[in-house]
Ligand binder design. Structure first.
Ligand code: C2E
Ligand code: MG
Ligand code: MG
Length: 382
């Protein structure tokens, strides 16, 4: 059915299936406007629902286009196809249902991604990966409840590469499994020197649920470090729940069985299905930082309502609610007024190296003790 629609929309193009869910269309034109129209028609056609055995099925499409001879490195057909493939990659990165023409930057981006991918294979062994830590604060009593471990990569040649750039590459070539293993072990080890009331939060990728044995890895990280399970919190995003729903739920329940906490990260972006909250007893929900940004915008009513509603759900379901990305006193006051207790962001601290977070935690505890009127010597010992 998809093929029929594609053929009709791509008229007068020649349509071929490349494998999996990839198709190619050869058009006898170099007219940009014409190509754009056909691309849009293809996306429209494939975005209409399909009826299969009385069930409604929805798919979508992204389109990448390359033009001969401008975009081809040489006369080999493969070169044009490769350029179209890079454009497709760019279209997918731009979001669902987009179309992109090949651009020279795309070739640079692909080259860099390939290089980073190669270098990621050696990064852990070479000691290039490290963790920085950012506190998560209970604004009601100003205590630090947890500290999130965030991965940093310093490459000898490329310098500092941000996780926003390299984590997707590591997910693509599966090096995230080994890297994630390193993160778990290192985070548990570092957390051991913090006060007992402070948990360490570790981000997980979908691939760690699919490859390798996550429960065994977590068990080993806890055993090796001696960190009690209740002090470890695993942050997952909903994309992990979309694929392999049942197996992921089984794994999450086994992790819960160990006593580990599980948090739903970046809530409110993507699909944000409330059914995820119904399927699994998350200990915490982290509201994506885009909401607190929106509170600062002129029309702030919607973002505030959404935060208030998520907070109410959290209270009913006995889940902690944390708002990410608090940068200013105003933002802190705003979420406080909405009844939120958990907050994370530059306002409290930027992510800092392990040694510094230890000092930060001690300082916060001493301040709190002083405010509570505890004897000075106890505060300093704390
Ligand atoms: P995340 O888990 O949502 O982490 C929060 C991100 O927000 C961090 O970015 C943090 O530095 C940033 N952030 C915290 N407070 C503020 C603030 O007040 N303002 C602004 N503008 N940003 C703030 P970072 O460290 O660049 O990490 C980005 C993402 O990379 C993380 O998002 C997470 O999804 C991923 N990531 C980081 N470390 C790991 C890891 O060890 N494993 C996996 N799988 N993913 C990781
Ligand atoms: Mg996180
Ligand atoms: Mg987040």
């Amino acid at each position: 059915m998809a093929g029929e629609r594609l053929r009709a929309a791509a008229e007068p193009g020649f349509v071929a299936r490349f494998g999996g869910d990839e198709f190619s269309v050869l058009l006898p034109t170099a007219n940009l406007k014409r190509i754009e129209e056909i691309g849009a028609a293809i996306i429209r056609a494939l975005s209409q629902p399909f009826e299969i055995d009385a069930r409604i099925v929805r798919i979508g499409a992204s389109v990448g286009a390359a033009i001969y001879p401008d975009d081809a490195a040489d006369d080999a057909p493969e070169s044009l196809i490769k350029a179209a493939d890079m454009a497709l990659y760019g279209a997918k990165a731009a979001g669902r249902g987009a179309m992109k023409f090949f651009a020279e930057e795309m070739a640079h981006a692909v080259r860099r991604r390939r290089q980073l991918g190669e270098e990621l294979r050696k990064a852990v062994a070479r000691g290039e990966m490290s963790l920085v830590y950012q506190p998560i604060v209970d604004i009601a009593d100003e205590s630090v409840t947890a500290v999130e471990a965030l991965l940093r990569w310093t490459h000898p040649e490329f310098g500092a590469v941000g996780p926003g750039e390299f984590v997707p590459v590591a997910e693509e070539n599966a090096t995230i499994v080994e890297i994630g293993d390193f993160v778990l072990r290192q985070a548990c080890r570092d957390a051991l020197s913090w006060p007992d009331s402070v948990r360490v939060a570790v981000n997980l990728s979908a691939l760690q649920f699919e490859r390798g044995d996550l429960v065994a890895t977590v068990t080993a990280a806890l055993a090796e470090s001696g960190l009690p399970a209740y002090r470890l919190e695993l942050e997952i995003t909903e994309t992990i729940l979309i694929c392999n729903h049942e197996t992921v739920l089984t794994t999450l329940n086994r992790l819960h069985g160990l006593g580990v906490h599980v948090a739903l990260d970046d809530f409110g972006t993507g699909y944000s299905s409330l059914s995820y909250l119904n399927d699994f007893a998350f200990d915490k929900v982290k509201v994506d930082q885009s909401f607190v940004r929106a509170i600062g915008a002129p029309d702030n009513a919607k973002a505030a309502s959404i935060i208030r509603a998520v907070n109410a759900i959290g209270r009913d379901l006995r889940m902690g609610v944390v708002v990410e990305g608090i940068e200013t006193q105003d933002q802190l006051s705003a979420i406080q007024a909405l009844g939120v207790r958990g907050a994370q962001g530059y306002f409290f601290s930027r992510p800092v190296p392990a040694a510094d977070i230890g000092v930060y935690l001690l300082k916060r505890m001493a301040e709190r003790a002083r405010r509570a009127g505890a004897p000075r010597h106890r505060a300093e010992a704390g």
